[in-house]
Design a binder for this molecule. Structure first.
Ligand code: NDP
Length: 324
């Protein structure tokens, strides 16, 4: 037997239960991983609440972890027993001491990267990679707008964008978070979004920004559109405040021939070559010191409910890791 956090029904953090489950066996193309650290991500909240659908319950949530391969099924070529590995991918099931996963979704960890750091960076860091390098190719001299700038993805976006030579205007909810975002690369910070477009106008001398990275969703979507320069791109990549809902595309024309995308890491890493590029790029900026991974909270995996409550209450900053 092994241990896992399972949910039997959707709901608040209290539905997360620490239970015994049978140790899974790797099938063809799969590896069994003894997990040393599990990443906490906002998507785990969406699966727990039912905003994102789970086909059958009970189920183990979680999309990201790092650990050691302890067995492989037939036909596995990407990894072998004893390898230090990490992943950020579906299907859900990461909140467990051991799990099986498709071996071609695993990335081998460089020695310099610890399990904790890997579990903190794979999902949020590869997300920052594709957002800055592919969804909108950030150029030196750009000024971009980043929401939830002191969060997990946010702190990585701020540092990586600065490394690319861009200026970041970070949006946060408190002064303390503003200070943290500035300490990690944000050039300017805005506390709250009540006067977002006016503030962005002032900070950019009227030019506005070519790209907005909005992970907050419902509460900020329309204010974000107003911050874009003509032909700018609205990158709506999350819904921490709730889903945006249907959008009148006529608005995009009226506000300056804007682009709108709703990207996901799954699409951007679906091909093995893209996954390897994202991970390599991430490991490079982290090992060079250009981007520091801030594990500002750790919880026992058994106490995942407390971690979820903190994340939803906006009490966390940077990344959070759950320890099996
Ligand atoms: P964060 O650490 O950023 O935590 C969420 C933050 O969102 C909070 O700290 C808070 O920052 C802000 N927020 C604003 N409004 C609310 C609200 N009503 N309730 C709770 N939080 C709110 O989480 P992650 O780094 O894990 O994820 C950030 C976002 O990125 C999420 O929306 C997630 O779904 C998305 N994401 C998308 C991916 C993709 O490929 N599309 C991949 C990875 C993440 P503040 O207090 O400063 O406002």
């Amino acid at each position: 037997m092994t241990k896992a956090i399972r949910i039997h029904a959707h709901g608040g953090p209290e539905v997360l239960r620490w239970e015994d489950v049978p140790t899974p066996e790797p099938g063809p193309g799969e590896a069994l991983v003894r997990q040393q650290a599990v990443g906490l991500n906002y998507i785990d909240v969406y699966f727990r609440t039912g905003l994102y659908k789970i086909p059958t319950l009970p189920a183990t949530i979680g999309m990201e972890a790092a650990g050691v391969v302890t067995a492989v099924g037939p036909g596995v070529t990407h990894v072998k027993v004893g390898d230090r590995v990490a992943y950020a991918t579906g299907p859900i099931g990461a909140y467990a001491t051991e799990r099986v996963i498709a071996a071609d979704r695993l990335v081998t960890l460089p020695e310099a990267i610890s399990f904790e750091s890997a579990a903190a960076m794979m999902l949020q860091g590869m997300t920052a990679q594709y957002l800055l390098r592919r969804t909108y190719k950030v150029q030196s001299g750009d000024t971009i707008l980043v929401h939830a700038a002191a969060g997990g993805v946010g702190l990585i976006l701020c540092q990586w964008a600065r490394h690319l030579g861009a200026k970041v205007i970070g949006v946060v909810s408190t002064e303390a978070k503003a200070e943290l975002a500035r300490a990690h690369g944000a050039t300017h910070t805005i506390v709250g979004h009540a006067h977002l477009a006016e503030e962005v106008k002032r900070l950019t001398g009227g030019a506005m920004v070519p790209a907005v990275y909005d992970s907050v969703g419902k509460d900020t979507f329309y204010a974000s559109l107003d911050c874009l320069a003509p032909l700018g791109i609205m990158i709506s990549y999350g819904n921490a405040s709730g889903p945006v809902g249907p959008v009148d595309i006529g608005l995009l024309g009226a506000k300056g021939s804007l682009f709108l995308t709703r990207p996901s890491l799954a699409t951007y890493t679906a091909k093995r070559a893209d996954l390897e590029w994202a991970a390599r790029d991430l490991f490079e900026v982290v090992t060079s010191g250009a981007v520091q991974i801030r594990v500002n909270q750790t919880f026992r995996l058994a106490e995942a409910a407390a971690a979820h409550a903190a994340l939803e209450a906006r009490q966390t900053t940077g990344s959070t890791v759950l320890l099996p």
